[in-house]
Ligand binder design. Structure first.
Ligand SMILES: Cc1ncc(COP(=O)(O)O)c(C=O)c1O
Length: 429
């Protein structure tokens, strides 16, 4: 059932649809969506910001190529993969269109979309420090960032972050590779193997008994007065946001190479797993800059943790948590176990999002298994959510909206899952 966004709770509660408050799978069409031009005109960010982020990525290509195996020319990007016809039929049913996978589950270096923001922000901090220290001569190849003189500088600084796991790993891998001290604050639902993996990198892991929001708040407070440290604020970072946004340029190039048109007659539906909102929000912003109204971002959240849905449906300009909607934020999709959405993201892209689809954990495991046995894709539960959403979304979308549509499911993590973890996830299907 598609619910009416104006459905209200009893006396004074925010207008969260009743099925959402009951943790039932829901397709929520965003009544606040506006045309791209007017939203972008009022935005604090513009195309030049995304292009500058892209230019910074490219400056660091020689460094990344030198430091990490598996980066093609130093680029942290994933392929755009066609979905096999039988799987496509399962997903689309009678609906027209074609389905593609943006395979960030296999992203070089971290196997997760969060590298697009986390690696980027560490690089931005390193560049700022190097510039202030007078190390950036004109014409310098950024491969020099791996040299002793740069590493000595970075070793005197700390990069800190609060994370459910994957952002921490992205920041940890990049930070440690440059010689930074790294401190990662993690929530109770962060997986043990993700903590272990960080410790093996030489990062300090601080465990918090509370949820992701509390871990982020604790880290923010611990580092607020430290001039020798940089806190990567997953809830409020412009660098993270723009690092993610640059992914839109990769997708634009790949769509063109595949001969896929994106315009008013050929809309592009993009299914984006959403935790705090930074990754899907940045991608949404970048794609809207490039494709305007032809892009239809569909955010995907667990039924127990639909923080972006709750934030947007409330219509309020203060943070609204899923706890206020009576939900418990307990989900096997650890990367999406976030109670309160980023206000930066909600304010910047809230009126660009086409829909939010919530999915139960059981669907994540089911799709995780289907994708493994049918397509050899190794996904973590969070990353399988886009497939679970597509089916449900199409069933409730007027066919006229999806004629000649292209659907891109963004698979956001999983290739680095340890064997035992993956086997356990498969067994839960
Ligand atoms: C696998 C995976 N997918 C999606 C996301 C969502 O990203 P964000 O929290 O920026 O919304 C995360 C976040 O950690 C993640 O780990």
């Amino acid at each position: 059932m598609t619910v009416n966004a104006t459905l209200r709770g009893t006396s004074g509660e925010p207008p969260i649809p009743a099925p959402v408050r009951r943790a039932e799978p829901t397709v929520w069409r965003n009544p606040h969506r506006q045309d791209a031009a007017s939203v972008l005109a009022a935005s604090a960010f513009c195309e030049a910001d995304m292009r500058q982020a892209e230019a910074r990525w490219r400056r660091f290509d020689p460094l990344l190529a030198q430091l990490f195996d598996g980066t093609e020319d130093g680029r942290i990007d994933s392929p755009l993969l066609p979905v096999a016809p039988d799987l496509s039929r399962t997903l689309l049913g009678d609906a027209p269109g074609s389905v593609w996978v943006k395979a960030d589950h296999d992203l070089p270096v971290t196997g997760c979309i969060k590298a697009r923001g986390g690696v980027y922000e560490v690089l931005a901090y390193a560049e700022t420090l190097a510039k202030a220290a007078g190390l950036l001569r004109p014409g310098l190849s950024y491969a020099a960032f791996a040299s002793d003189v740069f590493r000595d500088l970075f070793a005197r600084h700390t990069v800190a972050v609060g994370s459910t796991g994957n952002l921490g790993f992205s920041v940890g891998v990049m930070g440690r590779a440059l010689g930074f001290a790294v401190e990662v604050h993690m929530s109770h639902d962060a997986k043990a193997w993700k903590k272990q993996r960080l410790r093996e990198l030489g990062a300090r892991v601080v465990e918090h008994p509370g949820d992701y929001g509390l871990a982020v708040a604790a880290a923010r407070e611990a580092f607020q007065d430290r001039s020798d440290a940089h806190f990567v604020d997953d809830e409020d970072s412009v660098d993270l946001f723009l690092g993610y946004a640059a992914a839109a340029l990769d997708l634009q190039r790949q769509l063109a190479e595949a001969g896929i048109a994106v315009d008013a007659a050929h809309p592009l539906y993009v299914y984006l797993p959403c935790g705090v909102g930074g990754a899907p929000g940045g991608v949404t912003f970048g794609l809207t800059l490039l494709f305007g109204d032809a892009v239809r971002p569909v955010f995907v959240e667990p039924v127990a943790a639909p923080c972006m849905l709750v934030q947007l449906a409330s219509g309020l300009d203060r943070s609204v948590s899923v706890y206020e909607a009576g939900l418990d934020n307990r989900t096997a999709a650890d990367g999406l176990a976030v109670a309160s959405a980023s206000l930066l993201v909600a304010r910047t892209v809230g009126r660009l999002i086409d829909a939010v689809v919530t999915v139960p954990d059981a669907d994540l495991f089911r799709w995780l298994k289907v994708l493994w046995s049918g397509a050899g894709m190794r996904l973590e539960p969070s990353a399988a959510s886009g497939f679970a959403a597509l089916n449900r979304f199409l069933a409730e979308t007027p066919p006229a909206d999806v004629v000649s549509a292209t659907h891109v499911v963004w698979t956001t993590g999983g290739a680095h899952l340890p064997e035992a973890e993956f086997a356990t996830a498969l067994a839960r299907a």
